[in-house]
Design a binder for this molecule. Structure first.
Ligand code: NAP
Length: 309
C-alpha cells in the first residue's frame, strides 16, 4: 500500500498506539513513526520493541514536522497534551485522537489547536483488557469499526486521507456526530463496563461466598465480567467522568429494566423472563451475523490446562 503520511507522531504508546504502529508498518502506510509517552519506562520499552522509528522525551519533539498527530493518551490527559503541542504543529497537518469519548475530547482539545491544522476526532472500536506498549498487535483493528466525528467545515481531503489510513489498518470506517457517538458507546461499551465492574465488586464483597470459591467455581458469565473488569483503571475512570450524561441516561434505563426483571422473578412471571431472553438472544445473533464476534462456544477460547480435565 502507498505511504499516506510521511511522518506520523503517536502521543501515548499504549495498547492503541502500539497496535497502530504495528498495523501502519505492516501495511506500509507511514514513512516515519515518531512516538512519545509520559514515563521513561514506557519510552524505553517502545525503543526496545522497535515500535517507533524515533522515540522522544517530549510530545513537542515527536510532533515536529509530523503530517499526522494521533493523541493516544487517556481522555483526561488529552487537553494538557494538546496545549503543549499546539504551537509546534506543522501547518496543513492532521490531528486526530483515539479517545473513547468524543464530545469531551473535542471540548478539551479543539480550542488549543491552530486553524492551520485539521482536527478530526476518532475512536477505534477495538481493544482488549491489556494496556501498555507490549500489548499491541497489528490485527487489532481488522474488521472493527473506526468511528470519525469530523466537525463541520473540516477539509474533506484530510478526512478522506485519514479514512484511508484507518481502512489500511483493516478497519471499517464510519462517520457520525460526536454526541451520537457518546450515546451509542454508552450503550455498547461504557455502561456494560460499569456493570462488569459492579458485578465483580459485588462478588468480592459478598462475605458468604469466599474469594477462593469465586475463583474456583467461576462460570462463563462471571469470567467474562472479570475480563472486562480487568481493564485499565485510568482509562475507564476518565471515560465515566467525561461521558457522564450519556452513561447516566443508559444506567437509568438499565436500572428500570433490572427492576422489571427483579419483579418478574419475585412474582414467578416466566413468560416475561422467557420473552426478554429471547429478544436478547436475537441481538447476540445479529452481532455474529455482522461479523463482529464468533459463534464458537465460549468465544472459541481454549480452556487453561487446569480446566481441561
Ligand atoms: P494505555 O495502554 O494505558 O496507554 C496510554 C498511554 O498514554 C501510555 O503510553 C501513557 O504513557 C500515555 N500517557 C498518559 N498520559 C500522558 C501524558 N500526559 N503525556 C504523554 N503520554 C501520556 O491506553 P490505551 O488502551 O492505548 O488507550 C489510549 C486511548 O485509547 C484512551 O483515550 C482510550 O480511551 C482509547 N481507547 C482505548 C481502547 C481500549 O480498549 N484500551 C479502545 C479504544 C480506544 P506511560 O505508559 O508512560 O504512562
Amino acid at each position: 500500500m502507498a505511504v499516506l503520511y510521511e511522518k506520523v507522531a503517536l502521543i501515548g504508546l499504549g495498547l492503541i498506539a502500539s497496535s497502530m504502529a504495528h498495523a501502519m508498518r505492516a501495511a506500509g502506510l507511514a514513512g516515519h513513526i515518531a512516538g512519545h509517552a509520559k514515563t521513561m519506562q514506557t519510552r524505553q520499552t517502545a525503543l526496545e520493541l522497535g515500535i517507533c522509528d524515533s522515540v522522544h522525551d517530549s510530545a513537542v519533539g515527536a510532533v515536529i514536522d509530523a503530517d499526522l498527530v494521533v493523541l493516544c493518551v487517556p481522555v483526561g490527559a488529552m487537553e494538557v497534551v494538546a496545549a503543549e503541542i499546539a504551537p509546534h504543529l506543522k501547518p496543513g497537518a492532521t490531528v486526530t485522537d483515539v479517545g473513547s469519548v468524543k464530545q469531551a475530547v473535542i471540548a478539551a482539545v479543539g480550542p488549543h489547536l491552530p486553524q492551520s491544522v485539521a482536527f478530526i476526532p476518532g475512536h477505534p472500536i477495538a481493544g482488549t483488557e491489556h494496556s501498555g506498549p507490549r500489548s499491541g498487535f497489528a490485527s487489532l483493528f481488522r474488521n472493527r469499526w473506526w468511528l470519525l466525528t469530523p466537525l463541520p467545515g473540516t477539509d474533506p481531503a484530510a478526512v478522506s486521507r485519514l479514512r484511508a489510513l484507518c481502512a489500511g489498518m483493516g478497519a471499517n470506517v464510519d462517520e457520525m456526530d460526536a454526541a451520537h457517538h457518546d450515546l451509542v458507546l454508552a450503550v455498547t461499551s461504557h455502561t456494560p463496563h460499569l456493570i462488569a465492574y459492579t458485578m465483580v465488586g459485588v462478588a468480592d464483597d459478598l462475605g458468604r461466598v469466599t474469594d477462593s470459591e469465586v475463583i474456583k467455581y467461576s462460570a462463563a458469565g462471571f469470567r467474562d465480567f472479570t475480563r472486562i473488569a480487568a481493564s485499565d483503571p485510568t482509562m475507564w475512570r476518565d471515560v465515566f467522568l467525561t461521558n457522564k450524561d450519556a452513561t447516566l441516561e443508559i444506567l437509568g434505563r438499565f436500572t428500570e429494566e433490572l427492576f422489571a426483571l427483579q419483579r418478574a422473578i419475585r412474582t414467578g412471571d416466566g413468560d416475561h423472563l422467557h420473552a426478554y431472553f429471547t429478544r436478547t438472544r436475537a441481538i447476540r445473533r445479529g452481532i455474529i451475523e455482522a461479523g463482529q464476534d464468533t459463534d464458537a462456544p465460549d468465544f472459541g477460547r481454549t480452556p487453561p490446562p487446569n480446566r481441561l480435565a
